[in-house]
Write a protein that binds this ligand. Structure first.
Ligand code: GDP
Length: 446
C-alpha cells in the first residue's frame, strides 16, 4: 500500500515534539507563576515590617513580574505551528490544504475565488464554525457548501481574516496544533495587468522583479498582519507554467521582514504532465533548477542541498481523492487516475514528512526559546532579590549579637568590680570587727 494510516503517521510525527514541548513549558510557567506570586506576597509583607532589609525597588521588581508571567502564560497557551500558503488563484492552494487535512474543508474549484484570508484551526469541542475578524459570533458550518455560501455572503476585503474552526479529532494536524492560512489569490480581473508581468518575464527572464506591479497593493499589510508569525510558507506553483514574478515578489518581501523564512515550493498539477511522458524528466529538471535558483540564489534562504528537500512535484487533487477513498475504506488508487500516481502520492507524503520536521523545529525555536530564556532570567532575578534580603537580614542579626556581647562584657566587668569591692569591704569590716573586739576585750580586762 502507498499510504500508511493517519494514526501510524501521527505516533511518529515530529509535530509531537512541539506538542510535548508546549505542555512542558506551560507546566513550568505554572510553577514559575506560583513562585513569583509567593515571592511577591512575601516581599510586600516583609517591606511593611522592615523597611531596612527590603527596598522599594525589590518589591516593584517582584510584583511587576506577576503581570509579565501572566502575559507569557497567555501567549504560550495560544501558541501553535503556523503554515501560510501562497500562489496564484487556481494553482491548488485550497486543494493542498484539503489533501493535508484529509477532508474537503475549504471550497475549491474554478469559479470560487477566495478573496480574503482563511485560517483553519482545531476547535476544542468538536464543533465546526467560522468567525470573521472583529466579530465574536460563531457561524455554524457543517459542510463545504455551507462554508462557501457563508464566505460569499460576507462582504470581506482581501486583508480580512476568516477563522474556520474544525473538529480536532478529524485530523491529526489540527489536533497537534497546526494552523493553516490560505491567502487570497491574485484576483485581478484586468487582463492587461495580468499580462504585463508575464510578458516582462518572457522578455527579460534574467530579471527577477517586475517593477511596479505586485501580487497585491497591500502586500506589506498582509505580511505584517498574517505572516510574521508563520513558521513555514508554502508556495503552491503550477507545474504547467513557470514561477511568476508576482508569486516571487511576495517571497522577496517576506524575506526582507523575516530572516531566512522556511519556504517550500509545491509544483502542483504534476498529474497533468503524465500525458507528456516523453518530456516529463526534462520539464521536472527545468522546474527544479529554477525553483532551486529562486530559493538559493535569489532569496538566499537555503543551501542547494536543503533546496532539494524543499521542492516537490505533486498532485493535490489526486492525494485528496485518494485520502477520501481511504476514509471510505477503499483503496487509494480507485477511480480513474493518471499514470504515475503512486510516485506522486509518495512525493506528497515525503513533502508532508519534511514539512512536519521543519515546522515543528522552527516553532519550538521561535516560540519557546525566547520564553524559556525569559523564565530563567525571571527566576534568577527573584532569587537575587531573596538572597539580598537574606544577606541584609543576616547582617542586622550580627549587629544585634555584637551589641549583646558588648553589654555582657560590661556586665561581667561590673560584677567582678562588685565582687572585688565586696571582698574589700568584707575584709575591712572583718578588720574593724576584730579591732572593735580587741578593744572591747582590752577594756573589759582593764
Ligand atoms: P486555489 O485557488 O489556489 O485555492 O486552487 P483550488 O484548490 O481551488 O484549485 C483550483 C482547481 O484546480 C480545482 O478545480 C481543483 O480541483 C484543481 N486542481 C487542484 N489541484 C490539482 C491537481 O493537482 N491536478 C489537477 N489536475 N487539478 C487540480
Amino acid at each position: 500500500t502507498v499510504a500508511p494510516s493517519a494514526d501510524l503517521r501521527n505516533s511518529s510525527s515530529p509535530l509531537q515534539r512541539f506538542v510535548k514541548g508546549k505542555r512542558k513549558i506551560n507546566d513550568i510557567f505554572v510553577e514559575i507563576e506560583d513562585y513569583v506570586l509567593d515571592s511577591s506576597n512575601y516581599v510586600s509583607a516583609l517591606r511593611k515590617e522592615n523597611k531596612v532589609i527590603v527596598d522599594e525597588g525589590d518589591v516593584k521588581l517582584v510584583t511587576d513580574y506577576v503581570q509579565k508571567i501572566k502575559g507569557i502564560r497567555d501567549v504560550l497557551a495560544r501558541d501553535h505551528m503556523k503554515v501560510a500558503f501562497f500562489g496564484r488563484t487556481s494553482n491548488g492552494k485550497s486543494s493542498v490544504i484539503n489533501a493535508m487535512l484529509r477532508d474537503k474543508i475549504l471550497p475549491s474549484g474554478i469559479g470560487h475565488t477566495t478573496n480574503c484570508f482563511l485560517q483553519v484551526e482545531g476547535s476544542e469541542n468538536g464543533e465546526s464554525y467560522l468567525m470573521t475578524e472583529g466579530c465574536q459570533d460563531k457561524q455554524n458550518v457543517k459542510s463545504v457548501g455551507q462554508l462557501a455560501h457563508a464566505l460569499c455572503k460576507e462582504k470581506l476585503n482581501e486583508n480580512q481574516l476568516v477563522r474556520i474552526f474544525w473538529p480536532r479529532d478529524k485530523c491529526f494536524l489540527l489536533r497537534d496544533d497546526v494552523v493553516f492560512v490560505d491567502s487570497p489569490g491574485k484576483s485581478n480581473t484586468n487582463i492587461f495587468f495580468r499580462l504585463v508581468p508575464v510578458l516582462w518575464q518572457f522578455l527579460y527572464p534574467e530579471l527577477s522583479m517586475f517593477p511596479g506591479i505586485d501580487v497585491s497593493p497591500n502586500l506589506d499589510e498582509w505580511i505584517d498582519k498574517h505572516c510574521l508569525d508563520a513558521d513555514v510558507f508554502v508556495l503552491v506553483a503550477n507545474a504547467e507554467s513557470t514561477l511568476m514574478v508576482t508569486e516571487k515578489n511576495f517571497f522577496h518581501k517576506v524575506s526582507t521582514k523575516l530572516s531566512k523564512p522556511n519556504i517550500f515550493i509545491l509544483n502542483n498539477r504534476w498529474d497533468a504532465s503524465a500525458s507528456e511522458m516523453d518530456f516529463q524528466d526534462q520539464v521536472r529538471a527545468q522546474h527544479l533548477e529554477r525553483a532551486a535558483d529562486f530559493l538559493v540564489k535569489e532569496l538566499k534562504v537555503c543551501s542547494p542541498k536543503e533546496a532539494n528537500e524543499r521542492i516537490f512535484f505533486v498532485s493535490a487533487k489526486e492525494v485528496l481523492q485518494a485520502r477520501l477513498n481511504e476514509e471510505k475504506g477503499m483503496p487509494p488508487h480507485s477511480g480513474a487516475l493518471a499514470e504515475g500516481f503512486p510516485n506522486r502520492y509518495f512525493e506528497f507524503q515525503d513533502f508532508e514528512k519534511k514539512f512536519e520536521e521543519c515546522i515543528s523545529k522552527s516553532a519550538i525555536k521561535t516560540k519557546f526559546e525566547q520564553h524559556s530564556q525569559r523564565g530563567k532570567s525571571v527566576s534568577q532575578d527573584i532569587r537575587d532579590v531573596m538572597e539580598s534580603i537574606y544577606e541584609k537580614a543576616l547582617a542586622t542579626q550580627k549587629d544585634k549579637s555584637f551589641v549583646k556581647k558588648d553589654l555582657n562584657d560590661k556586665l561581667n566587668f561590673t560584677e567582678q568590680q562588685l565582687l572585688l569591692i565586696t571582698q574589700e569591704m568584707k575584709e575591712k569590716i572583718h578588720h574593724m570587727v576584730e579591732d572593735v573586739e580587741q578593744r572591747v576585750s582590752k577594756a573589759l580586762s582593764e
